[in-house]
Ligand binder design. Structure first.
Ligand code: FMN
Length: 435
């Protein structure tokens, strides 16, 4: 789990990395450890963040898994499928979690759900995130995935989507600690020897915090770790993540690792989060959208090396091309290219002229069309520093969380919520994405 790589050339000739750039990356990797402030390739926000001292951070222990560096790719619906996980792994090291997989769809054998949960023999460790609101289904799914050879299971209890919380699912579940405990207990039992973690938000709102209860339940029910996206469900993705809450959870949860999540846009942000909160590892979400080399940077800075130079546009296009080929191989041409459209916007974000070609990029149906659109850009352009902290994926305003009638009046009740309309159907994962 520890193999940073250079950007490998796979793309058309216009997208191949220049020898100069490869040399620069190799050089950055070989630089000695040091404890000075960060050099170039970091934003002003992190200019004075001190480099990691030797031995400052430890490998993350999730059950019997040892994860070094202590970095986890956040589960993201429509994003962290096998092709993207493979790409991220090529750059860095850590644990790469699948997108959320609905228990109903999985247990019914829904073809798309099964494909999203799928992997290839080269993926180790293999990690899957489950979504279940019913203990029986959680247990069955965990057992089935454990039997199929997964190495790690995660459960999503942070989904803020109104359709889900309105029926009592997602981030509404931790409001009922006995229900949460029942689901987690069944899943841990089903998982057997496979370590199972949970991922939660702070609560549905500031008035209804649940993360400390969730931490206690994670410890009591045998979870291998707990991850906290330090926003409330009401916040969705707005504002900034409350790293103090991660620190508060870490000071309360003693027997299992705590993973901090929210607003790691640059590798050096991980240093700051680990130091500020004392958490055991970081979960990285939107920052790697269109920037899978962020995992190379994370591996470098957590080992005390400087942040490597980010790829120029030629190198970015080679990575984009590799990503497209992986998606096509896995999902087929039509679905692979359809997925690629959103990735094009993320990969080219901030580069000069990218908005002019975006219209063509969001329509591409073939690799040839993709290459033709990209060929209109200046391949020698360096990575734009103003794109480092540019929000990708999801942003947006707060939204009142919808709960079922009477949900708050019966918090001691442990009856599972009713199934959602369409739960288990194709595309359900994308429809209720978030956590
Ligand atoms: C497109 C997208 C899809 C997401 N899907 C999931 C999901 O399936 N399961 C989950 O637990 N969280 C999901 N999330 C939330 C992320 O895992 C993460 O908690 C959140 O983005 C905050 O981390 P960040 O600030 O590093 O992005 C999703 C986020 C995005 C942007």
């Amino acid at each position: 789990m520890h193999a940073p790589h250079d950007h490998a050339p796979h793309g058309p000739s216009s997208c191949e990395p220049s020898p100069r750039a490869e040399a620069a990356n190799g050089h950055a990797q070989d630089e000695p450890s040091r404890t000075a402030a960060q050099p170039a390739w970091v934003s002003a926000r992190n200019a004075s963040t001190q480099s990691a001292a030797p031995g400052e951070f430890r490998a993350l222990a999730i059950g019997s898994l040892r994860v070094w560096p202590p970095v986890v790719l956040a589960p993201m619906a429509g994003v962290t499928n096998y092709p993207f996980r493979k790409l991220c792994r090529r750059f860095g090291a850590g644990l790469y979690v699948s997108e959320m997989i609905s228990a109903k769809g999985y247990l019914r054998g829904n073809r798309l759900t099964r494909l999203l949960a799928d992997s290839r023999p080269d993926e180790t460790p293999r990690s899957v995130q489950m979504y279940a609101a019913d203990p029986t289904e959680a247990g069955e799914m965990a057992r089935s995935l454990a039997d199929s050879g997964v190495d790690h299971l995660d459960m999503n209890f942070g989904c803020p989507v109104p359709k889900v919380t309105r029926s009592g699912g997602g981030s509404a579940i931790p409001l009922k600690p006995r229900l949460l405990a029942n689901i987690v207990r069944a899943a841990v039992k089903g998982a057997g020897q496979v370590p199972l973690t949970i991922k939660v938000r702070k609560g549905v709102s500031d008035e209804l915090p649940t993360f400390l209860d969730a931490g206690r339940i994670a410890e009591e029910e045998g979870c291998a770790a707990i991850g906290l996206h330090a926003r409330t469900a009401q916040q969705l993705y707005s504002g900034t993540a409350d790293w103090d809450a991660i620190g508060a959870l870490k000071s309360r949860v003693r027997s299992v690792p705590v993973l901090g999540n929210g607003d790691i846009w640059e590798a050096t942000d991980a240093l700051r989060m680990l130091r500020a909160t004392g958490c055991d590892g970081v979960i990285v979400g939107r920052g790697c959208l269109g920037r899978p080399w962020l995992f190379l940077e994370l591996a470098a800075v957590l080992e005390g090396r400087p942040t490597p130079r980010p790829p120029n546009l030629r190198e970015v296009c080679a990575i984009l091309d590799e990503h497209a080929r992986l998606l096509i191989e896995f999902f087929g041409l039509e679905m692979g290219m359809r997925q690629m459209r959103k990735w094009c916007a993320w990969y080219t974000k901030g580069f000069r002229g990218s908005s002019a070609v975006r219209e063509a990029l969001v329509r591409v149906e073939t690799l040839e069309q993709l290459h033709a659109a990209l060929a209109r850009l200046d391949m020698d352009e360096e990575f734009p520093m103003n794109a480092l902290r540019a929000i990708r994926g999801k942003a947006g305003a707060q939204k009142q969380v919808a709960l079922p009638h009477g949900w708050l009046a019966s918090r001691d009740d442990d009856a599972p919520p009713c199934a959602l309309e369409g739960e288990g159907d194709a595309g359900f994962e994308d429809e209720i994405s978030g956590g």
